[in-house]
Design a binder for this molecule. Structure first.
Ligand code: GUN
Ligand code: ZN
Length: 441
C-alpha cells in the first residue's frame, strides 16, 4: 500500500458558487491535508484529523503556505497545434488554411507526433492541468502518440482523431468510410484503456461532407459512451460557409442536430454567435458550449455570452483552445475569461473561476465522480499553487486579506510559475520529491 500525506491550504468545491461570498460552495482548510492511498484520495480535511488516518511512517509533502486544489481541467485544445501558437494576423478560416493545415500535416510522421505529444503532456502538467480534451490530427498515428504519452504519465485524457473529408489539403483528408473505420479501430484500442477516453471528432461542418456526418452519426450511435467534439459558431465567415453547405439546416446548430450529434457527451468549441433558439437546443440536448477566451480574442472571433447560456439553461465549460488559444495556462485563460465577460457587463467571481477550472469542467465531462474535486475516492490529481510565485505577486499578496482576493490575484497575475507541484494519481510530476525534473516519456 502506498500512502502520501499532502499538506497545505486545501481548497475544493462542492457546488457552483452563487456569488463572490458563497462560502457554502467550497471546503477550505487553512492547515489542511489530503491523504493519498494507491492513487486515490483517502482522506481530506484539517491536517490534525487527516494525519490520524495515515499509517505510521507515511511520506509527507509539506506545501504550506501554498494552496492545494484538484488538478485543473482543460476541455478543448489541439495537440498538433503546440508549435503553431502565436501564428500572426489572421481570422479563423485564413488562419486554418495558412498555418494550421500546414502544421498538422507533420503528424503523419509517428516520431514527430510522439515528440510533440510528450512535450504537450509535460506542458499541460507544468501548468497544473491534469486532464484535457484534445483534438489529434487526421492521422491515426497522432492518436496513438497522444494516448501513449498520456499513459506514460498515467493522465486521464480525452482525445480523438480529427475527421475531415473536404475543404482541407488532400494530405489531411480521410474519406467517410476510412474515417469511420480508423475511428472505430482507435476506439477499440484506446477507449477505457487505463485512464483514456475517446472523443469522436468531426472537425466542423465545413470540413465534413454529409457522407462523413452520416458516419459520425453511426459512430456516436454505436459508441454512446464516447465523447463527441466539434466546433460551432466561432466566426461569422465560418457560419456563412457552414450554413451554405447545409442549406436544409435551420442554422449552424441544426446541422449537428440533424445528424444526432448533440447530447450530454458533446463538446462544442466556441459557441459565440448563437441565436436563443440554438442555445435552447443545446440546453435541451445537454450539449456543452466550450468558452475559449484567449482563442476568441486572438482570432478576433467574438465574445462568449455566458449569461445567455445561464438564462437559457445550457451547459458550458472553459478551455484554452491551444493553438488559437495563446496559453496552456488555465489561470491565464480565466484571466482572459474575466475580461471577455467584463466587456459585456458580466461578472466572473474568483470563486466561479476556480470552480470552472475544476469541478465545473469535471461536471461538463460528467466525470465529477473521479476528478475536479478532492472527495474521498476521487483520483488524486492535485495541483499546488503558489500565490507569491513572482515578485509582483508577492508584493500584491502583502496587502491581500481574504481567500477570494488571493484567488483573484492568482488568476490575474499567475501562470505556470505559480504551479509549485502537480500530482497525477498521487505521483508528483513537476518538481518531484527532491526537486527532480519531470519523468521522461
Ligand atoms: N474550427 C475548426 N478547426 C479549428 C481549429 O483548429 N481551431 C479553432 N479555433 N477553430 C477551429
Ligand atoms: Zn478547437
Amino acid at each position: 500500500m502506498s500512502e502520501l500525506l499532502i499538506r497545505g491550504r486545501v481548497l475544493t468545491f462542492v457546488k457552483e458558487p452563487e456569488g463572490i461570498d458563497d462560502t457554502a460552495s467550497y471546503r477550505f482548510f487553512e492547515d489542511g491535508a489530503v491523504l493519498v492511498r494507491n492513487g486515490k484520495v483517502a482522506g481530506v480535511g484539517a491536517h490534525a484529523e487527516v494525519a490520524k488516518q495515515a499509517g505510521d511512517g507515511v511520506k509527507v509533502a509539506d506545501h504550506r503556505p501554498h494552496l492545494v486544489l484538484p488538478g485543473l481541467i482543460d476541455t478543448h485544445l489541439h495537440f498538433p497545434q503546440t508549435q503553431a501558437i502565436a501564428s500572426y494576423g489572421a481570422q479563423l478560416l485564413e488562419w486554418l488554411n495558412t498555418y494550421i493545415f500546414v502544421e498538422e500535416q507533420k503528424f503523419k510522421a509517428p516520431e514527430h507526433a510522439a515528440f510533440i505529444a510528450g512535450r504537450f503532456m509535460d506542458e499541460l502538467l507544468a501548468n497544473g492541468t491534469t486532464t484535457a480534451v484534445a483534438y489529434c490530427s487526421v492521422h491515426p498515428e497522432s492518436v496513438d502518440a497522444f494516448f501513449n504519452a498520456a499513459e506514460a504519465r498515467n493522465m486521464r485524457m480525452v482525445g480523438g482523431k480529427v475527421m475531415m473529408d473536404r475543404n482541407a489539403p488532400e494530405a489531411l483528408t480521410d474519406m467517410p468510410e476510412k474515417g469511420y473505420e480508423e475511428t472505430k479501430r482507435l476506439i477499440a484500442k484506446w477507449h477505457g484503456r487505463g485512464r483514456a477516453h475517446y472523443a469522436i471528432s468531426p472537425r466542423f461542418a465545413i470540413t465534413s461532407t454529409p457522407g462523413q456526418m452520416e458516419m459520425s452519426r453511426a459512430l456516436v450511435a454505436e459508441h454512446p459512451d464516447c465523447y463527441v467534439q466539434t466546433h460551432l459558431s466561432e466566426n461569422k465567415d465560418e457560419i456563412a460557409f457552414a450554413t451554405s453547405l447545409y442549406p436544409q439546416a435551420k442554422d449552424y446548430t441544426d446541422i449537428y442536430a440533424r445528424y444526432d450529434l448533440l447530447g450530454r457527451k458533446t463538446l462544442l468549441g466556441h459557441c459565440i454567435h448563437l441565436s436563443d433558439r440554438e442555445i435552447s437546443v443545446l440546453a435541451e440536448t445537454g450539449a456543452v458550449g466550450v468558452f475559449c477566451p484567449t482563442s476568441n480574442l486572438f482570432l478576433g472571433s467574438g465574445l462568449f455570452d455566458r449569461d445567455r447560456f445561464d438564462r437559457l439553461g445550457a451547459r458550458y465549460s472553459v478551455a484554452t483552445d491551444v493553438g488559437a488559444g495563446t496559453s496552456f495556462s488555465m489561470l491565464e485563460t480565466m484571466d482572459e475569461a474575466y475580461k471577455v465577460l467584463h466587456l459585456q457587463g458580466q461578472r466572473l467571481s474568483p470563486l466561479n473561476s476556480f470552480y470552472m477550472m475544476t469541478l465545473g469542467n469535471a461536471r461538463a465531462l460528467d466525470l465529477e465522480h473521479c476528478i475536479g474535486s478532492l472527495h474521498v475516492g476521487a483520483d488524486a490529481d492535485i495541483v499546488v499553487l503558489d500565490s507569491r510565485a513572482k515578485p509582483a505577486m508577492e508584493l500584491r499578496m502583502q496587502v491581500a486579506s481574504s481567500l477570494t482576493e488571493e484567488l483573484f490575484i492568482l488568476q490575474t497575475m499567475g501562470d505556470d510559475r505559480s504551479v509549485a507541484e502537480v500530482y497525477v494519481a498521487g505521483k508528483p510530476m513537476k518538481c518531484g520529491p527532491r526537486g527532480a525534473s519531470a519523468p521522461a516519456p
